[in-house]
Design a protein around this ligand. Structure first.
Ligand SMILES: C[S@@+](CC[C@H](N)C(=O)[O-])C[C@H]1O[C@@H](n2cnc3c(N)ncnc32)[C@H](O)[C@@H]1O
Length: 209
C-alpha cells in the first residue's frame, strides 16, 4: 500500500494536511517554494516548475493538481484579448503537463480549476462543487461558508467525497479579484473542508480489509 501523496501547484500545503497528519509522505510542488527540496517533517516542499518534477520511485496513493487559472477562468475572460494567445497557450501547457503526470502516476487523481476554457480545449469536468458544500467537514465551518464554483477533472478511481453542506453566509468569492500576489495566494487557497473529505474517502478505500 502506497504512503506517498503528490500535490502539484500547491503553495499552501492545505490539501496534504490530513494525509501528512496520517503519516503519508507528501510532496507539494510549487514555484513559490524555496528552490530544491525543503523537508518539514514528512512533507517535502519542492520549489520549482512542475514540468521538471521527478516523482519519487514506487507507487503513489493520490495526486492532486491546482494549475493556475488566471488565463483560463471565466472570471478573467474580459482580459483574454488584452493578454493575448500566448497566455492561453502557456496556461494550457501547464494543465497538459499536470494531466500527463496524473495519468503516469496511476493513482486516483483530480485536477482542479474554476469554470472556464478547459471545457472547450480539453473536456467537460467530471465533478463540480462549491467550498460551502464541504465546509461541514470542519470543526468551524464559517471560514469556508462561501461559493466559488470549482470543477474537477478526475481519474483512476477517484471517489467524489460525501458532502456536508453549510449555508454560504459569506456569499460568492468569484468576483473578489486579487490585487497582489498575496491576495492571489489567499484567493486560491485549497478549501480545507474539501481536502478533509477527499482524504476521508480515499484513505478509507486504501485500507486493507
Ligand atoms: C491556482 S494556485 C493554486 C494554489 C493552491 N490551491 C494552494 O492552496 O496553494 C496556482 C499555483 O501554481 C503555482 N505555479 C504557477 N506556475 C507553476 C509552475 N510552472 N510549476 C509549479 N508551480 C507553479 C503558483 O505559484 C500558485 O501557487
Amino acid at each position: 500500500m502506497s504512503r506517498v501523496v503528490v500535490s502539484l501547484f500547491d503553495h499552501s500545503g492545505r490539501f496534504t494536511e490530513p494525509w501528512a497528519a496520517a503519516g503519508y509522505v507528501c510532496y507539494c510542488v510549487d514555484v513559490q517554494h524555496p528552490p530544491g527540496e525543503t523537508w518539514q517533517g514528512n512533507v517535502c516542499l519542492v520549489g520549482g516548475d512542475i514540468r521538471r518534477f521527478v516523482p519519487p520511485p514506487g507507487p503513489v496513493a493520490f495526486v492532486a493538481a491546482f494549475p493556475p487559472c488566471t488565463d483560463l477562468s471565466n472570471a478573467g475572460a474580459h482580459l483574454f484579448r488584452v493578454k493575448g494567445i500566448r497566455a492561453l497557450a502557456a496556461a494550457l501547457n501547464l494543465v497538459g503537463a499536470a494531466a500527463d503526470l496524473c495519468h503516469r502516476l496511476g493513482s486516483p487523481y483530480f485536477l482542479e480549476n474554476p469554470r472556464g476554457q478547459l471545457r472547450h480545449y480539453w473536456r467537460e469536468p467530471d465533478h463540480q462543487f462549491d467550498p460551502c458544500e464541504y465546509a461541514g467537514w470542519l470543526e468551524d465551518p464559517e471560514p469556508e461558508a462561501y461559493t466559488k464554483r470549482t470543477c474537477l477533472w478526475t481519474g483512476h478511481g477517484f471517489i467524489m467525497p460525501d458532502k456536508r453542506p453549510v449555508f454560504p453566509i459569506k456569499g460568492s468569492m468569484v468576483d473578489k479579484v486579487p490585487g497582489s500576489k498575496n491576495r492571489a495566494n489567499i484567493r486560491s487557497l485549497t478549501p480545507r473542508g474539501f481536502s478533509a473529505a477527499v482524504f476521508h474517502a480515499h484513505h478509507q478505500a486504501l485500507q486493507p480489509v
